[in-house]
Design a binder for this molecule. Structure first.
Ligand code: GCB
Length: 578
């Protein structure tokens, strides 16, 4: 899939704006043919991109989980005649089925990743009604398992229930949270491009186009040609390797040539030349050891929910720079490509995470692994050319419970998943974020290149006791160093309510959060196996309702509206000496 772009061969129209939405709590829309659209007329307005929850809270849909039908009308420009016309969704949360003038024409792939709809129903010069059934529930055997209402009751865990019912600690915002496009591309054009670029200036491209098509790849004055489907390589002389200190980007032009050698399609991608490697306990960027200083984040904001928010992205990258951070994990799902544009440009190192949170081996079926693999493949396809992406994270906090059976069952699962990812991209290290209760013998550590751990000592364990918390962290780092791999603290932190203060160690105060983070950072700096850490979280974010959350998860070092807490100043001092 090629991201929408506009040039002499390609066109793309943004379908953002105010659409209509009708909620379908009884799941009758398919049977009643709501896809035809008339049933959705005169219903609620909904701004796209944006989540339905807060936009329509007053109409009663804040916590809505289920299907909803979103509708707009699109005029297809006459200039699209003779070209391949498609609808492109940058994502749908969490899944979507698309109808054109009442006919089902296609559906989404892995959640948080783009999908395209190709249909004869998209005719130049005509208006079509686009209806999208979006569902923000997750199947029970998804790599991020959903919740069956009976399940909580059966396990007598009712008191542990989140509302809306989820098994993760962020809000299940529903809707079309990223842009929707109408695209026109040449028939027989370029369908996909995979790039690899090393710090020595060698670029290898594999281009998907009709079999036998000739393809030209160029960077500035340097070019190389070959057939579609083969590896086409070139070498850029005197290349400036990409790094946080100098995030040098190069435009890669990929052209499909016709039988006469005339250009018939053109795609532009930006990449950077750099190498990532793991050596013993070190993570190397362009051969130099690097310490990761940064955050786990979320795509989250007031009113638009998980909807793409460009001003907030500009602000966030400004704050990352202000605080002296050099990296982010896209916890707990792939972020927008707009986010990655900023990361590439600003030199922010990204651990790119697939959407798999709290994988529950009691619920794993053959379908789970198949979906997980498809999600990893789609993520690598989308982001593989990004210099900012330095590692893939294949799961966050999978659990095995106490039963040895589940732990044993997980070994082959991880091996298959990690092997796949390594085959698709041998150039980047692989990891997953381990949860404390899964133990120090987590089977996913074996195939991983970086041992990543989320640890809440000083918060969920040993609350209020920073010294003891640091001792517990040290014990885990020491134990995990035996893998001989870099150990990364992928989450640590404490909730702080902005404006809450104390002279003694008190949970929820700004001082406690700042002191805990500073003490953990000192331990990470002195530990020989540690390659840094990510504070959880960059900013406060909304979760489903739960008795341990005060509307938001308050572990942000910035508030939800991006005001600094005390910890932000402490980190700025530690990370940038300012
Ligand atoms: C975790 C999860 C993250 C939560 C965090 C917390 O381990 O990975 O999604 O938000 O803990 O604050 O409890």
């Amino acid at each position: 899939m090629i991201r929408p772009q506009r040039n002499a061969f390609r066109d793309a129209l943004h379908l953002s704006g105010v659409w209509r939405i009708r909620f379908d709590p009884d799941d009758v829309g398919e049977a009643e043919r709501w896809g035809a659209g008339s049933a959705v007329d005169h219903t609620h307005p909904i701004a796209i991109p944006g989540s339905w929850n807060e936009q329509l809270a007053e109409a009663g849909f804040m916590d809505y989980q289920g299907a909803a039908w979103l509708q707009t009308e699109v005029f297809i420009p006459p200039s699209f005649e003779g070209r391949r016309v498609r609808l492109r969704f940058d994502s749908a949360d969490f899944s979507a089925r698309v109808f054109l003038d009442g006919l089902f024409v296609g559906e989404s792939g892995p959640a948080f990743l783009p999908f395209e709809i190709d249909s004869d129903g998209l005719v130049a010069g005509q208006t079509v009604r686009v209806v999208v059934r979006v569902d923000n529930r997750l199947p029970l055997d998804h790599p991020t398992p959903g919740v069956a209402p009976e399940q909580y009751a059966a396990e007598n865990r009712l008191r542990d229930e989140y509302r809306p019912a989820v098994r993760f600690d962020f809000f299940p915002y529903g809707g079309l949270n990223r842009p929707v496009w109408l695209t026109a591309t040449p028939i027989g054009g370029i369908e996909a491009v995979r790039l690899r670029a090393s710090a020595l200036g060698v670029l290898t491209a594999r281009v998907e186009a009709p079999p036998g098509a000739r393809v030209r790849v160029s960077v500035g004055e340097v070019e190389s040609e070959g057939p579609a489907g083969s590896d086409i390589s070139l070498r850029v002389p005197d290349v400036r390797p990409w790094s946080p200190a100098d995030p040098a980007l190069y435009d890669v032009i990929v052209e499909r040539l016709d039988a006469l050698g005339v250009v018939a399609d053109r795609v532009e991608l930006r990449t950077g030349f750099r190498d990532v490697a793991v050596h013993g306990h070190q993570l190397l960027l362009n051969g130099e050891p690097i310490v990761l200083k940064g955050f786990g984040k979320h795509e989250d904001g007031p009113i638009r929910g998980r909807g793409l928010d460009l001003p907030q992205l500009v602000k966030d990258f400004g704050l990352l720079d202000w605080i002296g951070a050099n990296s982010v994990r896209t916890s707990h799902y792939p972020y927008s490509e707009d986010f990655l544009d900023f990361a590439d440009e600003r030199g922010v190192l990204v651990i790119d995470e697939v959407f798999s949170v709290n994988l529950d081996f009691r619920q794993v079926t053959g379908a789970t692994l198949a979906q997980h693999r498809a999600a990893v493949r789609a993520l690598i396809d989308r982001d593989g050319h990004r210099p900012s992406v330095i590692a893939w994270s294949l799961a966050n906090e999978p659990g095995y419970l106490a039963e040895p059976e589940y732990r044993a069952r997980s070994g082959p699962y991880w091996k298959a998943l990690f092997d796949d990812a390594r085959m698709l991209d041998p150039t980047r290290p692989l990891t997953h974020a381990n949860v404390g209760y899964a133990g120090l013998d987590d089977p996913a550590f074996d195939p991983a290149d970086i041992v990543s751990i989320n640890r809440y000592f000083g918060w969920y364990q040993a609350p209020g006791q920073i010294e003891r918390a640091v001792a517990l962290l040290r014990a885990d780092l020491d134990a995990l160093a035996r893998h001989g791999k870099p150990v990364f603290l992928s989450e640590f932190g404490a909730d702080a309510l902005a404006g809450q203060h104390s002279t003694s160690p008190q949970l929820f105060t700004e001082e406690y959060q700042a002191d805990l983070i500073a003490a953990f950072w000192a331990e990470l700096e002195r530990h020989p196996a540690a390659i840094g850490g990510h504070v959880w979280n960059f900013a406060d974010f909304r979760t489903a309702q739960h008795s341990r959350r005060v509307v938001l998860n308050l572990k942000g070092v910035f508030t939800r509206d991006r005001q600094p807490k005390r910890a932000a100043f402490v980190l700025r001092d530690l990370w940038s000496g300012r």
